[in-house]
Ligand binder design. Structure first.
Ligand SMILES: C[S@@+](CC[C@H](N)C(=O)[O-])C[C@H]1O[C@@H](n2cnc3c(N)ncnc32)[C@H](O)[C@@H]1O
Length: 193
């Protein structure tokens, strides 16, 4: 297929068309953690088998099982009670091997599901990229395909399906570019983020 045509017709960058992609069918609900919006069973296990990572950060941690969890809601007993948009308050640049973001999918849902506030794609992704080491990875788990944050390149797209009549999730994995590495300009961001 002509990638330029795809790009024009579907608004998908030709970059995305050539990267590895896969579909995972995973069971729900996760037995250990039935937290609303929690990852499907085995999601984190499979992801970190694919990307073995020593230092993992989950800025919207909820009740996730791997890495350091930041969450604005103290009731989930995160490692850090804090705001994913303000990671500079807690972490230095270039600290983590893998940063996995599973935010509420909109400000509206943030209020409805978690009684939390505004979700700003640009702010939380730029913080996720900042705290990630060069050559490390940032994954954005959402029901929309995320644009590529600045200073990253697409690494992989994983579509996660749990059951019929249920929205699939898209886990877009980006690699933070190393010093001096060329990277394309960020893709124009959709306003819904
Ligand atoms: C979709 S859930 C994450 C669920 C998690 N992946 C799990 O498996 O349990 C989103 C989480 O983001 C938290 N949250 C909402 N706004 C936040 C913010 N500004 N900073 C940090 N956490 C926030 C919510 O409290 C909620 O726990």
């Amino acid at each position: 297929m002509n990638s330029q045509l795809c790009s024009d017709k579907w608004g998908i960058s030709s970059e995305i068309i050539t990267i590895p992609r896969e579909v995972w069918f995973l069971p729900r609900p996760r037995k250990i953690n039935k937290y609303k919006g929690g990852f499907p069973a085995y999601f984190e296990k499979k992801l970190f088998e694919l990307y073995p990572s020593e230092k993992i950060l989950q800025p919207f941690g909820g009740m996730a099982e791997y890495g350091i969890r930041v969450d604005i809601n103290p009731e989930v007993h995160p490692d850090v009670v804090g705001d994913a948009h303000k990671l500079w308050l807690y972490f230095k640049d270039n600290t983590f091997d893998f940063v996995l973001c599973d935010p509420p999918y909109s400000t509206d849902l943030s209020g409805k599901l978690y009684h939390t506030g505004e979700i700003n794609w640009k702010k939380y992704t730029s913080e996720a990229v900042r705290v990630c080491k060069p050559g490390g990875y940032i994954a954005l788990y959402h029901w929309l395909l995320s644009p590529r944050p600045a200073s990253t390149r697409y690494d992989r797209i994983i579509v996660v399906i749990t059951r019929i009549r249920h929205f699939a999730r898209i886990c877009a994995v980006f690699q933070k570019t190393r010093k001096g590495e060329q990277c394309k300009a960020p893709i124009k961001q959709a306003t819904m983020f």
